[in-house]
Design a protein. Sequence first.
Length: 265
Amino acid sequence: MNKRAVCRYLATGNSFISLHYQYTIGATTVREIVRDICDAIWECLKPAYMSARDKNDWIRTADEFYERTNFPNCIGAVDGKHIRIRKPNESGSKFFSYKNFFSTVLVAVADADCCFISVEVGAYGSSSDSNVFKNSIFGKLLESNKLNIPDPRVLPSDAEGLSMPFVLVRDEEFALSEHVLRPYRNKKVTFLKRIYNYRVSRARRIGECTFGILANKWRIFHRLIDVKPDFCVNIVKACCVLHDYVRKIMVFSWTTLCMNVPWKV
C-alpha cells in the first residue's frame, strides 16, 4: 500500500489529503511515507542509473547523438526547468522566478535516449540555469576535467582530419568552454553559422524532450508542489531516477520482444 500511494502521488499529482481518504491513513503519515520512499528510491537507483561514466560510455553516447541528431562528438544536452513550489516561510523573493511564480531550479544533463546523466535541484528560483550548472557537482567536475571525458577525435567526413573535443550543448545563456558549445547569439549570421545553429538546436532539443517526457509521465510536475524545499528536492530526484529506470526497462523489454518474436514479412 505504501509503494502504491507514493507511485500514485508522483504519477497523478494527487494531494496528500486525497491519498489520505483513498488509503484510509493519516495525511501526515502519507507525507512521511512519501518522503521516506522517495529517499529510498534515489539511494537505491542512483548508483545503477546515474553513476559516474567511463570513456566508453561517453563515446557510446556521442555515437548515439550523431546517429539521431547529426551532431558529432556530443556527450550530452544541458537544460533547466523551474519546479513550481509553495512559497517557503521567511524566504522573501529568493524563490521567485522570472516566470512569476515561486520555484526551485532543476538543471540536468540528458543523453541521446532522453535519460538523465546528472541532475542538480534545489537552487533558488531567482538563480539562472548557468549559475546553477556552474556550481553543481557535475559542473565543477567538468571544469576540472574529472569526468573521464575521452581525448579529442576527428569529426566524421572531415577532410582536414582535425581532432575536436567532446562537448555538451546548451542554450545561449551558458558560457563557452572547451567542453561546452552554444548557438551563435546574433540573428544576422552567415549561412554556415545558421547551419551550425540548426545542428546545435537539434542536439539541444534532446534536453527539452527529456523534461517533457518527465513531466508527462510524473504529473506531480503539472501542479504546485506544496511541500518544503528540501522535501521537494527528494521528490524531484526520485522522479528523475525513476524516469531513467522506466525508460531503460522499456527499451530492454522492446529489444527482447523484437529478438524473440518470429516476425513475418
